[in-house]
Design a protein around this ligand. Structure first.
Ligand code: HQG
Length: 180
């Protein structure tokens, strides 16, 4: 019973922190953080009371590490999975002149027509080297590696990020920057 209600509360927190903070009047900052005091007060006001202790238990026991509490203990956020626009903290970085994208033959026509789109993710994923891109493509079938004129994109105003594990990220790659 206790764990079921923890799961229910966790799902409610996911809904609020990833998708609909406004549904209970919570404001997230641009990095996705909610003030814990405000969050818990708003949960209570909407008939879904969660104590500070229970929140800490949910954060600590979530199998997928869905949430994080800030170092000062005052804020909480979902680590990923947002449908609302949040910046999880990657800083814009100057890309190298050329990056690579691994895809598959079956996607080539659509990419020629519409450029690279982020599909279900927050960004298009690019690699610094051909071999990594080839492996990304191979996950789906016969790999095709595209050369991306990342330096030119950047000079034209496109923003790039690099994740902690070295993946290059950008919003989209118009076909003009893909060197076939
Ligand atoms: C393709 C793994 C049609 C795109 C890997 C790709 C990576 C289009 C697929 C990370 C298209 C999306 C990301 C368009 C792009 N029309 N197809 N206009 N634009 N595509 O999985 O890059 O395990 O979302 O080429 O290591 O394959 O998740 O992206 O084939 O870093 O941590 O649509 O996933 O990391 O597929 O892989 P994905 P991805 P994780």
């Amino acid at each position: 019973m206790a764990s079921r209600s923890l799961t229910e509360m966790s799902k409610f927190l996911s809904y609020v922190l990833r998708h609909a903070p406004g549904s209970i009047g919570v404001v997230l900052d641009s990095n996705g953080w909610a003030e814990i005091d405000q969050l818990l007060e708003r949960c209570r006001a909407h008939g879904k009371p969660i104590s500070r202790e229970t929140l800490e238990t949910i954060v600590a026991t979530s199998a997928k590490q869905r949430y994080a509490i800030s170092e000062d203990g005052r804020r909480v956020r979902a680590n990923q999975g947002h449908s609302i626009e949040v910046d999880l903290g990657y800083m814009p970085v100057d890309p190298p002149e050329v990056l690579f994208h691994g895809t598959v033959t079956s996607s080539v026509d659509a990419i020629r027509a519409g450029g690279l789109q982020k599909m279900n993710r927050h960004h298009v994923h690019l690699s610094a080297d051909i071999e990594t891109a080839r492996h990304v493509g191979m996950r789906r079938g016969k790999p095709v590696v595209l050369r991306i004129a990342a330096g030119r994109m950047h000079r034209d105003g496109h923003v790039f990020f690099r994740s902690d594990n070295g993946v290059w990220l950008t919003e989209s790659v118009p076909q003009d920057y893909i060197e076939w």
